[in-house]
Design a binder for this molecule. Structure first.
Ligand code: AMP
Length: 468
């Protein structure tokens, strides 16, 4: 039997295809039947244009229902979906196109889908095996060349089924979808949960406070990145009443601050469900739907995922093995070999630990580790202390070149305060080598679209701090 992911998703669309899939802000709807027809048209056009199994189809476009039709149509045609961040510049796009060599590059999905109609539709999906490539996802790659993670039909299906189960999705759900769809979070995590339950989505092109507040009134599940939640909390219109219809608020793609978790609970009575994932494996761990959700922990590995800490210490680099792990980096066999252990575990590059209950706690990226005077400093440990100090909204701790220590600990703090006093306060709680040697105050931390703080930019900016 074919393992084409499209067939699995479509088998769970509502039997009554007139039911809505997309609920749009102007009050109109697009049905599951229309989604299915759109995907069949896209697949028909791709086949007519000579796109065959394994051929890449790139998409860089504004978020729209038609973009989703393109995604599904690519799967249906047996081709490989390659989404590109809208923010990528011409030069960046050139790199991806040169590396992935797509046969088709779609930039205007509504026009492309409309034109596809005349090429005829593809009724039956092209057969695919579980190991066949379904999507190529370029990692956000803050250093070095961006790598294309190869995700198979089987990997995406396994993750989708596990999440659908873990988060208790039913056809009665309504998912608030305000995430971009060029990243695994909005593309696979959110869409697949909705499709597997055949439920509608409140479809927002992007996160805009007023639309999200209105959308929450008719949603049962929200998925977001931490900045979505801080923005909601900053909005006076976000009340317990607005949150009441939502059965679960899910968060990930970047660390959720314990202060945001606490403030959210105080405001709504609900605990945000934090989960952890990455382009190379989609979702890896999640806090429980039923059972305690703990601030700062990303919960337990999903069923089928083996997770261990490398290096023989309590805290170390997280290694994982499981059905959703990517197959390889596109055309980078050496890089692929470097990032898997001899017994087949993927070395995530995230540093963390497991507590006696088996919960996973992440303390940052391995490459963010600071070595100061020969001692390892985990930025997260310092950030947690600083974030509790008055005047601090959020902190990002980095290492800057230092002639005596190799690297000196620098805290970039969003907020205000007195540098010397704050360093003294940090010292009261941290070993001297961990406490920041300098604190710089900024209005905003640089973030990418998924809300991740771009420490590489901070390292560049403050590289000369100890030279002066
Ligand atoms: P990406 O491949 O762009 O999705 O980025 C994946 C990275 O985001 C992971 O390797 C983690 O470093 C980070 N990440 C994702 N979710 C979380 C989370 N809940 N807590 C901390 N870091 C996270």
């Amino acid at each position: 039997m074919s393992q084409n992911l499209y067939d699995l998703l479509a088998s769970r669309f509502p039997a009554d295809r007139s039911k809505p899939c997309f609920l749009l802000s102007d009050g109109s709807e697009i049905s599951y039947g229309a989604l299915e027809a759109g995907a069949a048209q896209v697949a028909g056009r791709l086949v007519a244009e000579g796109v065959g199994p394994g051929d890449r189809v790139a998409l860089q476009a504004e978020k729209s229902p038609e973009a989703v039709m393109v995604y599904l149509g690519v799967l249906k045609a047996g081709a490989v979906f390659l989404p590109l961040n809208n923010a990528y510049t011409r030069a960046e796009v050139d790199y991806f196109l040169g590396d992935a060599e797509p046969k088709v590059f779609v930039t205007d999905p509504p026009a492309w889908v409309a034109e596809a109609g005349s090429a005829g539709t593809l009724a039956v999906s092209v057969a695919r095996e579980a190991d066949d490539l379904a999507s190529l996802i370029y990692t956000s790659g803050t250093t070095g060349r961006s790598k294309g993670a190869m995700l198979s039909h089987g990997a995406l299906a396994a993750n989708a089924l596990a999440l659908h189960e873990a988060w208790g999705f039913t056809p009665d759900d309504v998912l608030l979808h305000a995430l971009p769809i060029f990243h695994v979070h909005g593309l696979f995590v959110a869409l697949h949960c909705a499709f597997l339950s055949g439920c509608p989505m409140v479809w927002l092109p992007k996160f805009a406070d007023a639309e999200v507040l209105a959308g929450l009134e008719r949603s049962t599940v929200m998925m977001g990145v931490p900045t979505f939640y801080t923005r909601l909390l900053a909005s006076p219109g976000f009340t317990r009443q607005v949150a009441d219809k939502v059965r679960v608020f899910i968060c990930g793609s970047a660390p959720l601050l314990p202060s945001t978790f606490a403030e959210f609970e105080a405001r709504t009575g609900q605990r945000i469900l934090e989960r952890y994932g990455m382009s190379e494996a989609v979702i890896i761990t999640t806090n429980p739907l039923a059972g305690e959700r703990i601030a700062g922990s990303v919960g337990y590995p999903l069923p089928g995922v083996e997770l261990r800490i490398g290096g023989g210490e309590d805290t170390g680099v997280i290694e994982i093995c499981g059905p959703s792990v990517f197959s390889a980096y596109w055309r980078m066999p050496e890089k692929t070999a470097e990032e898997f252990t001899a017994d087949g575990f993927f070395i995530t590059g995230d540093v963390g630990r497991r507590d006696p209950d088996g919960r996973v706690w992440i303390s940052g990226r391995a490459k963010d580790l600071i070595i100061s005077g020969g001692y390892n400093v985990y930025p997260k440990e310092v950030e947690l202390v600083l974030d509790e100090l008055p005047g601090v909204t959020e902190s990002a701790v980095i290492g800057a070149p230092h002639k005596d220590f190799g690297e000196g600990v620098v805290a970039v703090v969003m907020g205000q305060g007195d540098e010397a006093a704050m360093i003294a306060q940090a010292r009261a709680q941290l070993a001297a080598y961990k406490a920041p040697k300098r604190i710089v105050f900024v209005d905003e931390l640089p973030r990418n679209t998924m809300g991740k703080v771009q420490k590489n930019l901070l390292r560049q900016r403050f590289a000369g701090l100890f030279e002066a």
